[in-house]
Design a protein around this ligand. Sequence first.
Ligand SMILES: NC(=O)c1ccc[n+]([C@@H]2O[C@H](COP(=O)([O-])OP(=O)(O)OC[C@H]3O[C@@H](n4cnc5c(N)ncnc54)[C@H](O)[C@@H]3O)[C@@H](O)[C@H]2O)c1
Length: 454
Amino acid sequence: MNLLTAEHDQRFLSATELTGKLIGRTASIGIVGLGYVGLPLTMLLADAGFTMTGFDVDTRKVAALNEGRSYIQRITSEEIAAMVNSGMRATADFSAIREMDAVIICVPTPLNEHREPDLSFIEETARAIAPYLQPGQLIVLESTTYPGTTEEVLIPLLERGSKLNCFRDHSQEELCFHVAYSPEREDPGNDLVARKDVPKVVGAPCTLSQQIASDLYSTIFTRTVKVSSTGAAEMTKLLENIYRCVNIALVNELKLLCQRINLDIWEIIAAAATKPFGFQPFYPGPGLGGHCIPIDPFYLSWKAREVDFSTRFIELAGEINTEMPYRVIDVVTRALNQQHKTVNGSKVLVLGLAYKKDIDDLRESPSLTLIELLRKLGAEVAYNDPYFPEVSQGRHYALNLASVSLDDISSYDCVLIATNHSSYDYAWIVEHAALVVDTRNATAGLARNNVWQA
Ligand SMILES: NC(=O)c1ccc[n+]([C@@H]2O[C@H](COP(=O)([O-])OP(=O)(O)OC[C@H]3O[C@@H](n4cnc5c(N)ncnc54)[C@H](O)[C@@H]3O)[C@@H](O)[C@H]2O)c1
């Protein structure tokens, strides 16, 4: 039953009613932030039968979705059109938050120019939705962030802007909204594990809100993992990404050592990975990329400084990983040198712009750093990437280039494999290029004297 409370002239949904709507898949759910995380999540929930509304400040995305057009490579326009035809709509008008039973926030959490957490997107979202909050609604934050964000930043802004309270044990339900934090664990390009089979971690300020959030996610995930607080859920996500970041730094450092003592790190990792316990393989590369691994650990370092704690593993891993593109350029320099050429004036073709193979995501891609470093040294740089026909300017780069054809690959002094997209024919590349520098072991088994590992 929906009640209008006299005090708030608002719609009140009891926890029992909300749970019923979630389990029965009749709830209206809003997703705020329709990017790489928010859009696939909208599709999953729409597929489960929920009435979906997507909110985004980017009106081009809103228009594209309402017209049935996709803007993410791995999602087809047909899929978007089918979802829109079945009732999903997108909007930049946040007053529609009023009609939602649950709202999930998936906005960006980047670092600012001082490499400190930039929570402005979460804060703007909180301010935008607060005036429309209704008692009984569930608000879930999915954006990756430091432990304490939900309690210290999100909840106070929602409470202030809505004149309602966050529900806690013994609160009066009619005057409260529910809050939870549930980290996104998507791994773009990973087709080995179905999204629904990746357990969903959920933390909340009290057991009732935790249970409601868990009921919501149980409709699309095989398993939810309840933790005792939003802070524990926030920290779980950071532990996962710091684990990756530190282990990648470890193999990157060992790669540099192996190069110096003439061993092949890839052969060694493959051999070590045959151990059936106690070892998980990580692979070296030209540097870290993506919206998560290069950024998230520094959210925790920043938070740790608040309590006079120094996160040394994170800082060291950051140092090593940041150094990797420079080391790749050293190899390019030596490889050209052996052919009596300098980087200055050489034509270099960078293969792959995306931060990892087979995806259309450029964020923090080491390829961008490699291109910048090569240009600074006077190289004439071109790129090829089937996922990016052209690239102009972004937050931290100004490329202004179009992807070139591989037909005249032999005209380049050096071909630098930065991303190992599956669509490349590496045997053909090695056969036709004058010189190849390979940062991804994409040419394994094709050893020729024109290939350098970097
Ligand atoms: N991309 C991934 O693989 C991945 C994986 C795990 C976690 N995450 C985390 O999920 C969060 C979202 O990442 P993403 O990759 O989807 O980002 P994204 O940049 O692809 O999408 C974010 C969307 O939010 C919109 N937005 C920004 N401010 C807004 C506001 N005030 N109101 C409404 N919409 C707003 C943007 O226009 C954009 O469409 C981040 O915290 C990220 O760290 C991402």
